[in-house]
Design a protein around this ligand. Structure first.
Ligand SMILES: NC(=O)c1ccc[n+]([C@@H]2O[C@H](COP(=O)([O-])OP(=O)(O)OC[C@H]3O[C@@H](n4cnc5c(N)ncnc54)[C@H](OP(=O)(O)O)[C@@H]3O)[C@@H](O)[C@H]2O)c1
Length: 251
């Protein structure tokens, strides 16, 4: 547990309070975000525990959350989990989906269809599916990325591939190697642009993001998720004010 963490009695408290942030969010999102409590031992499943998934999951563990890192070959993750102590464990994708109150998708974007097909109903029951994945031409192919963009881009597409899930895109364009160093930065915090349509999922994501030392900035609904990819104006490291300014120019 770190000093940054507020402690709530149980996960129900966290979810109730995150949910209550919603009503406020409808009235004044920035105020509600400041009042949304971060904390509570939420169980977090990392689907994809490569460079970005392991770095982000490590921050969740350090904030005091039980995290299951998953792989199709979980043996590979035993050292990572062991090095992080008792809050961390390694499992299969199936085990992680069953484990998490929150599921983070940190996989090549091409894998989301398969994951959605295999786990749609379980994922739809989670309070938050954090979509960190991006369609990347160099990795996924120009044709694939064009198909995603033709259907509204990452965000809208993730909602189609994982129907019913409460999706928030976030952390899409902050490099894995930078996360630990940027967390809890002195002075202006690093902003994390997020996009989502579900108020409770947004409130939960905002709480988690603050807890691990960043400042969430809601830039719009999932349709804005197409702007949360590397190499775009919102990509990289920005202050919250910079993100708001850039987001104001995007449609
Ligand atoms: N790297 C970054 O700095 C960064 C920053 C922001 C966002 N992202 C995004 O995060 C995603 C992952 O990037 P990465 O750099 O972390 O990639 P990576 O190091 O190659 O890790 C990819 C992970 O995805 C898992 N995976 C692949 N196909 C899967 C499937 N069909 N089912 C379940 N798991 C599967 C792999 O698990 P196995 O062990 O099973 O192979 C592996 O853990 C990408 O969409 C990327 O655009 C990356």
């Amino acid at each position: 547990m770190t000093k940054h963490r507020n402690v709530y009695r149980d996960r129900r408290d966290f979810l109730r309070l995150a949910g209550s942030g919603l009503a406020l969010a409808a009235l004044a999102p920035s105020m509600a975000a400041a009042q949304t409590p971060a904390g509570g031992p939420l169980k977090i499943a990392m689907i994809g525990s490569g460079r970005e998934g392991s770095a982000l999951g490590t921050l969740f563990v350090k904030a005091g959350h039980p995290v299951m890192f998953s792989s199709r070959n979980p043996e590979r993750l035993k050292d990572l989990a062991a090095g992080l102590g008792p809050l961390a464990q390694a499992g299969t994708v199936e085990q992680a989906v069953a484990f998490g109150d929150i599921v983070a998708l940190v996989v090549p974007y091409t894998a989301i269809e398969e994951i959605g097909k295999a786990h749609a109903s379980a994922l739809a029951a989670k309070v938050l599916v954090l979509d960190v994945s991006n369609p990347i031409p160099r990795r996924d192919g120009e044709d694939f990325v064009k198909r995603v963009n033709d259907q509204g881009g990452a965000g809208v597409m993730t909602a189609k591939l994982v129907p019913g899930a409460h999706i928030v895109r976030g952390f899409n364009a902050i490099g894995s190697g930078q996360l630990a160093g940027l967390a809890h930065r002195a002075g202006d915090p690093v902003g994390v642009p997020i996009a989502g349509d579900d108020a409770k999922a947004i409130a939960t994501a905002e709480a988690l993001i603050r807890e691990i030392g960043f400042e969430p900035v809601l830039v719009g609904g999932l349709a804005m998720g197409k702007h949360l990819v590397p190499g775009t104006p919102l990509g990289g490291v920005h202050t919250p004010a910079e993100i708001r300014k850039i987001a104001g120019t995007l449609r």
